[in-house]
Design a binder for this molecule. Structure first.
Ligand code: HMG
Ligand code: MG
Length: 298
């Protein structure tokens, strides 16, 4: 059975842009966010309060939040790795955050300058302080389906670390295929391991990168399992600067096309979305990799 409705968690402004080498002006980011809000997307991951030297593209997080035109009914979560990031996010008036963990030791070192265990010591005060302030916290888990340094990642390891994020107080767990290597059978296996670890499917989201063209097939496998929150980025922008061979996320247009075909509600206007990604592709100076944008775009 498939869900009747899917929540699209749009990560274009954050995951989509974080890897762009040319700094995108804050005015362009703000217009991108506003266009995405008008498309009807309910969740727009706006930026990250990470170290500006680690992700220079998102060093303008304060300026972006200050200029953000918050539309009714739209949520604007941001990424926060540590207490310094939380202080900055609170000062900027955010209502929702996400911490981001790694399922593997190597990526916890590369992405967070931490470790598989020590990342939890970093997140613990972030999650408890955020919750005390009434701020919802999502937990990302990276490298759930393969790691460029460690290779295969056992499903029970993913379930164990993911369970730990939920036990810490995260309201949702987003399973990341950071480098886009997963195939649908693996998605089913990881979801089964989470079931076995006592994690209910309503707490899960999936986050696929499309490096090997499997993102949509993987999403379908997750929908069949009952997952009803799917991360994607408009036009298929994206990639993680600290993960080798990470390319763009599942394109929101490709997701919307499939959901429409399956009769699953989502609330987004496909034409307006394609127009937004076409506009953004002009700003970035290269065409969108999304097949649907290419098929429908002018
Ligand atoms: P660190 O260098 O170990 O930090 O970085 P530290 O705690 O040792 O502090 C060093 C200095 O940095 C201090 O300043 C801190 O105040 C400052 P000093 O006292 O020397 O003047 N500092 C900060 N400044 C601003 N904002 C902060 C902050 N934190 C410390 N938040 C750290 C550790 C976690 C900060 C660093 O590794 C970092 O910023 N990493 C973020 C990397 C990142 O953003 N990666 C991409 C997002 S994850 C992703 O894309 C995957 C995902 O999409 C899912 C998937 O696809 O799998 C989510
Ligand atoms: Mg990602």
């Amino acid at each position: 059975t498939l869900p009747e409705r899917v929540t699209i968690w749009e990560v274009g402004p954050r995951d989509g842009l974080q890897n762009e080498s040319e700094i995108v002006p804050v005015e362009v980011k703000l217009e991108f966010l506003d266009r995405l809000a008008r498309v009807g997307l309910p969740v727009l991951e706006a930026t990250s309060f990470v170290h500006p030297k680690w992700v220079p593209q998102l060093a303008d997080a304060e300026e972006l939040l200050a200029g953000l035109h918050r539309r009714d009914g739209v949520r604007y979560p941001v990424l926060v790795p540590n207490e310094r990031g939380l202080d900055r996010a609170l000062a900027a008036g955010v209502a929702e955050i996400a911490v981001f963990a790694s399922a593997t030791e190597t990526f916890a070192e590369r992405n967070l300058n931490s470790g598989l265990d020590s990342q939890f010591a970093m997140f613990e005060p972030v999650v408890s302080r955020a919750r005390a302030e009434g701020i919802a916290v999502r937990g990302y888990l990276s490298m759930c389906f393969g790691d460029p340094w460690e290779g295969a990642v056992p499903a029970d390891q993913v379930a164990r670390v993911g369970r730990r994020l939920l036990d810490l107080g995260c309201a949702q767990l987003s399973l990341g295929d950071t480098i886009g290597v997963a195939t649908p059978g693996q998605v089913t296996a990881v979801l089964a391991a989470l079931d076995a670890a006592g994690v209910g499917v309503e707490a899960l989201a999936v986050h696929f990168h499309d490096t090997y063209g499997q993102a949509l097939a993987n999403t379908y496998a997750a929908l069949r399992h009952g997952v009803s929150t799917v991360d994607s980025s408009a036009g298929g922008l994206g990639g993680c600067p600290y993960a080798e061979s990470a390319t763009g996320n599942l394109a929101t247009e490709d997701l919307v096309w499939m959901l429409d075909g399956l009769g699953i509600e989502h609330g987004a206007d496909l034409d307006a979305l394609v127009a937004t990604s076409t506009w953004m592709a002009e700003r970035l100076g290269r065409p969108s990799p999304s097949r649907v944008v290419r098929a429908l775009g002018g």
